[in-house]
Ligand binder design. Structure first.
Ligand code: NVA
Length: 318
């Protein structure tokens, strides 16, 4: 199999706008008929590795892989000692001989890029420090369900945008033709290179990307209001300082009221009520967070199916 032609899902813009539409349509079909496709029948094995805490990701991948007819093989990253006991490249070569796909949650994006370069099978990013593309597929599916459309809507992302969720919202939102407004303190916008790339993508899709320090400005007339924890995994030592920096960006009912009357509220979870989001907002009528959590499974089944088909086509051509 030619590694160069192999498809992976490492960043949100690994899918073209047309492919993103296709994957979301497949996700919606899989949600309405969970067992109609069995691309992993055999079962084919999918390796799951988590170097950081997980609930939704582990559960939704395991359930989704089983529903696709496959076998979810959890590999203990600590015991394997990826990049410590053996190089990432050697782990990739070994796992690629056992599994049809590899799903990895880890720290630096460079690690998953290296895994993908050597695995010989599709690699899926289940969250890195820089990106969380599977969450974004679930989020876009949730918007599509609740709003009937995605393209042209306005999304306000409030709080810590200098993290995986901020970067992924920039890339995936631009790819989807959304107008994404980030409201974050100075120094906490998404990565500058990611913003530049997202701006270029938005130029083709009709979307737009804006960054402000004013939470009310971002929230005004938004169709979707989003936040994420102020203390991402690995930042626990900075918790007190972060809570102080981000407190003006808390998603309160006052901010939600600035959005459109039918605006929806999203959060990738875990959520900290009374910190980045008020309890009455998270648990209120505009919140769609539990649909969002469920949609991880449907969206991930769609991307696993897309990658499996692409890998099989590549193998057939070689
Ligand atoms: N930014 C958060 C996302 C959690 C799903 C983190 O990295 O912890």
């Amino acid at each position: 199999m030619s590694e160069s032609k192999l498809r992976h899902f490492l960043r949100d813009d690994d899918l073209t706008p047309a492919e993103q539409v296709q994957v979301l349509a497949l996700a919606a079909s899989l949600k309405s008929a969970p067992y109609f496709l069995k691309p992993l029948e055999g079962p084919r094995t999918v390796a799951l590795i988590f170097d950081k805490p997980t609930l939704r990701t582990q559960a939704s991948f395991a359930a989704g892989i089983a529903e696709l007819g496959g076998y979810p093989m959890t590999v203990d990253g600590d015991k394997a000692g990826i990049g410590v006991r053996e190089s990432i490249a050697d782990v990739a070569r070994v796992l690629g001989r056992q599994a049809s796909q590899i799903v990895w949650r880890t720290g630096p994006q460079s690690k998953i890029d290296e895994m993908a370069a050597y695995a010989g099978v599709p690699v899926v990013n289940a969250l890195t420090d820089e990106f969380h593309p599977c969450q974004l597929l679930a989020d876009l599916l949730t918007i599509q369900e609740h709003k009937g459309t995605i393209k042209g809507l306005t999304v306000a992302f409030l709080g810590d945008a200098a993290c995986n969720m901020g970067n992924s919202w920039a890339l995936a939102g631009a790819t989807a033709g959304l107008h994404v407004r980030f409201a974050a303190p100075e120094g906490y916008a998404p990565d500058a290179d990611v913003l530049a790339k997202a701006g270029r993508i938005a130029g083709h899709t009709g979307g737009s990307i804006a960054v402000t320090t004013d939470a009310a400005e971002a929230a005004r007339d938004a169709d979707v209001l989003i936040t994420d924890t102020w203390v991402s995994m690995g930042k626990e030592d900075e918790a007190a300082a972060r809570i102080a920096i981000f407190s003006p960006y808390a998603l309160t009912s006052e901010l939600v009221a600035l959005g459109k009357p039918d605006a929806i509220v999203m959060h990738c979870l875990p959520a900290y009520r009374g910190k980045e989001i008020a309890a009455e907002v998270l648990d209120g009528p505009q919140s769609v967070v539990w649909d969002e959590a469920e949609n991880r499974r449907h969206a991930q089944k769609a991307i696993l199916t897309f990658l499996q088909r692409a890998a099989e086509q590549t193998a057939a051509q070689d």
